[in-house]
Ligand binder design. Structure first.
Ligand code: AHM
Ligand code: MG
Length: 327
C-alpha cells in the first residue's frame, strides 16, 4: 500500500480527514469534498430518523411501489428526500440516479458530479430493527459544465467512479468510503454529531470462511452456484445472511467472506442493481484487496445500458470470488 494512503490517526473527525486528504481526490477539488460532507450530513439526518423508526409513526408501507416493483417504506422515501435535498442544495451535483426514482433527477447544469445512490437499502429489514444502509457512487460528468446532462454522463462504468461509499445504520452507524486510495471507515458519535476515523485503510482478508447467500432460492440457482455452495459446506464454512447488502458486505469486509446474489428463476439477472448497489461495493471491495464479479466479468467493467439494470453479484474476499468464478 503506498504511503499516500496513510491519512490521519484513529479518532480524526471526518471533516478534518476530508480537508487534509483533498489531494487524494481525483481532480482534487473543494467541490468533491463538499459533496462528501453533504452526503455525510444527510446520512446523519437519516440516521436520526432510522433510530426513532420504532417510536413515531413513520414505519410501515407507503402503499406505493418503486421502479423495481418493491413496496416502498416510508423511511425509503424520507431517505431519498434527505439525500436529494442535501445534494441539490450543495449545487455540486448535476444529476442524481436513485433506486427510488424512475429516471434520474436533473439538478444543477453547472454541477460537475453525477451521483448514484440507494438511499436506504435493505428496506424489508426496517420494520424488524435490523441493520440497513445507504450506498453511493460519485462520477465526474463527461459533458461540458453548464450544458444539459447527456446519456454518457449517466451511464458510466463503475471503473469511472471517483468516490464510492456506504453508510451502515447498525449497532453503531458507520460511513465507509474510498476515493481510490484505500478504504476508510468512520464511526458516528451521536452525542457529538460527528463521524470519527475508526477503521483506517481497511483490508479485506484475501481468504474467508463466511458465505452469504439466500439459500431459500437454492433450487433455482445455476448449477455452478449450487456447486460453490456445496464446496462451502464441504469446507465447513459459516453461512451468514442478513438480507441487508451493506451489512452483509461490511461483515465480510472485516472478517473475510463472500456475498452472492446469483441469477434465480424470479430474477434471471440477479436482484441487485448495477448502478447504485453493486458498483460502489465493487469499488470498495477492490480498494480493500477484494474482488467483485458477475460470475464472468469484473463488475466495474460492465457498461450500463439502463439506470436500473440488474446484475448477478459475487463480491468479497479475492480467493473466494475466484473460486466461485472458477466453477
Ligand atoms: P432493496 O433495495 O429493495 O432493499 O433490495 C436489496 C436487498 C439487499 O440489501 C439484500 O442483500 C437483498 O435485497 C436481499 O434479497 P432477498 O430477500 O431476495 O435475499
Ligand atoms: Mg436497494
Amino acid at each position: 500500500m503506498e504511503a499516500s494512503r496513510i491519512a490521519l490517526p484513529i479518532g480524526t473527525a471526518l471533516d478534518r480527514f476530508i480537508k487534509n486528504n483533498q489531494d487524494q481526490f481525483a481532480y482534487a477539488s473543494g467541490e468533491l469534498s463538499q459533496l462528501l460532507r453533504d452526503i455525510a450530513l444527510a446520512s446523519k439526518v437519516v440516521n436520526r430518523e432510522v433510530n426513532k423508526a420504532g417510536l413515531i409513526d413513520i414505519m410501515g408501507p407507503m402503499g406505493s411501489q418503486n421502479t423495481a416493483g418493491d413496496e416502498q417504506q416510508k423511511l425509503d422515501v424520507l431517505a431519498n428526500i434527505r439525500f436529494t435535498r442535501a445534494l441539490t442544495k450543495g449545487g455540486e451535483a448535476c444529476a442524481l440516479i436513485s433506486e427510488e426514482s424512475e429516471s434520474f433527477a436533473d439538478l444543477n447544469n453547472d454541477g460537475k458530479y453525477v451521483i448514484a445512490i440507494d438511499p436506504l437499502d435493505g428496506s424489508s429489514n426496517i420494520d424488524v430493527n435490523v441493520s440497513i444502509g445507504t450506498i453511493f457512487s460519485i462520477y465526474r460528468r463527461k459533458s461540458e459544465i453548464g450544458t444539459p446532462i447527456q446519456e454518457n454522463d449517466i451511464l458510466q462504468r463503475g471503473s469511472e467512479q471517483i468516490v464510492a461509499g456506504y453508510v451502515l445504520y447498525g449497532s453503531s452507524t458507520m460511513m465507509v468510503f474510498t476515493t481510490g486510495h484505500g478504504v476508510q471507515g468512520f464511526t458516528y458519535e451521536p452525542s457529538l454529531g460527528e463521524y470519527f476515523l475508526s477503521h483506517p485503510n481497511m483490508q479485506m482478508p484475501e481468504e474467508g470462511k463466511i458465505y452469504s447467500i439466500n439459500e431459500g432460492s437454492y433450487h433455482s440457482f445455476p448449477a455452478p452456484v449450487k456447486g460453490y455452495i456445496e464446496y462451502c459446506k464441504e469446507k465447513n464454512y459459516t453461512g451468514r445472511y442478513i438480507g441487508s447488502l451493506v451489512a452483509d458486505f461490511h461483515r465480510n469486509l472485516l472478517k473475510g467472506g463472500i456475498y452472492i446474489y446469483p441469477p434465480t428463476a424470479k430474477d434471471p439477472n440477479g436482484k441487485l442493481r448495477l448502478m447504485y448497489e453493486c458498483n460502489a461495493l465493487a469499488f470498495i471491495a477492490e480498494q480493500a484487496g477484494g474482488k467483485a464479479s458477475d460470475g464472468k466479468q469484473r463488475i466495474l467493467d460492465i457498461k450500463p445500458t439502463t439506470l436500473h439494470q440488474r446484475v448477478p453479484f459475487f463480491v468479497g474476499s479475492r480467493k473466494m470470488v475466484e473460486k466461485a468464478e472458477s466453477l
